[in-house]
Design a protein around this ligand. Sequence first.
Ligand SMILES: [Zn+2]
Length: 617
Amino acid sequence: MRRSLLLLSAGLTMLSTGFASAENNTPRNLILFIPDGLRALKVTPETAPAMAEVRDKGVNFKNPHSLFPTFTMANGSAMSTGHYLGDTGVFSNTIWTSYTSAPAGDTVVPFIENDAVLGDIDEHFSGNYLNEDTILKLARDKGYSTAALGKHGPTYQFDHTDKPEKPGLHSIVFDDATGGKHGVALSDEVKDALTKAGLPAVPPPRGDNSKAGDAKTPGTNVANVAQQAYFADVAAKVVLPMFKTRNKPFVLVFWSRDPDGSQHNTGDSLNQIMPGINGPTSMAGIRNADNNLAQLRKALDELGLAASTNIIISADHGFSTISKESKTSPSAKVSYDDTPKDFLPMGFLALDLAKALDLPLFDPNDKNAKIEGNKHPKFGNGVLGKDPEKPDLIVATNGGSDLIYLPNKDKKLAAKTIKALLTQDYVSGLFVEESLGRFPGTLPLSSINLRGKAATPTPSIVVNFRSYASDCGEAPTNCSVQVADTVLRQGQGMHGSFSRGDTMNFMAAIGPDFKTGFVDELPVSNADVGMTAARLMGLRATQKGELVGRVMSEALPNGAVPKAYVGTVKSKPAEGGLITVLNFQRVGSQRYFDAAGFPGRTLGLEPETGKQKTAGK
Ligand SMILES: [Zn+2]
């Protein structure tokens, strides 16, 4: 409690000292541009000239942080509320909701990058699963014009609490669902403007960019060009001109699916680590996002809005190339008809735990069908126990980390599960909900701000997977490789781990309320993005949770420049010596998490030296 109060008061101090434009009363506009999955150090004047220009002429956030688990919906929840995941309850892209979600395909573990699923979860959790107000809702209430365009899921999450069938009250939303049954309805004003601009009212599909391939067929070799060109055209030719005419301040969120989609599905590297996500398809994805940003900035210039508009660019997370290798996993020794020999199958965590715990395994994405023989769960998720309707353990599969839920809070089962996890070479770091007890080799969920006022169930154990840097010839964070629980193949892309490759997202800002040519060495995070956006627009939320980000005052003219410190938290060694280590930085009482895991098994965590070396191996 004491720590939380400290956090809160630190936040308030920033609010009162760090804000220059509060005095000049000029209404500012804000564009929040999210290049999904863009690694900080992939941006150069050659690879992404528009982003490099914002970074080099505005603020270069040199010490950025995606929040762990480093997934899209999780970090979107932080950017849209300013809160950590312990408060927003969006612990990953696939979570256990404790009830069967029909729009998610009748499953207790919905994949939530979907407007219909988000609407369903909202209904279940008292109308607001985030349990905090979003900046778009607050801005809308304050009279701002608001819009969100781009990727299905995180875009709608920015303003999800109003009923889509009431256009006009809601933000203008364009995403993959627009024009369909579950899309946010467009107002007549927007429809007329689309017609005048010669744009259809339905976005084009991703086409070939959505092709993931399989074990024998490479995935895509094209970026998500056509679909994103549509969203960028709608923003530049319809939404921004409309907002200018209204002559009120606005906030516009643009969520670029690229480079994420192209890096995930890349067909450049089937079953091979190299070039992985550094091949031409990924680079085309980066350039595609960059072109969208360039188009938005050009529109601001042409509309005379550039001088009154702040732009914050923040990727939700970094990225890594997928490895499917393990020497210890029993599931990797079974042969499956869709998985190369000796590779980890999708759902390896659920399969290995079912074996180690001697519990029956059922598939929550296949009407709870029992999984036996050389089968694996369809989407990797699993419910374990004698009765699949009342499971003892649930695995929500995500990628570079997975979530485990123990609905009965069974401490003995927790101990057995942790013991089993510690024997697997693909595990690097375990985080355990504290009401289950303290377990050697693990750190508590609160140490990474995953325990707060969440409305959705808090996971019992968060399992981070192994990562390392390949010899890709670039900075180590650009060469991150990770074991991932996913249908995607070795050589394709994933994120979600505590690798510095996944936590090091691209962040930059430019505009009237930001310093120019400023290199910010202080740690910043996606929770800070939400808090800073709220501060720039003068929004005040009545917050329920206390796990809030920091206003990045050092990046604002005349803003306070706080001091930063580095630190490390270490668990007690488990039997066998494994220690979960967490490297963090600190500003006030605000912690920024760089990397975590077992030393030597996570990129960004040095193998321990001296006495701890033996303990860590
Ligand atoms: Zn992704």
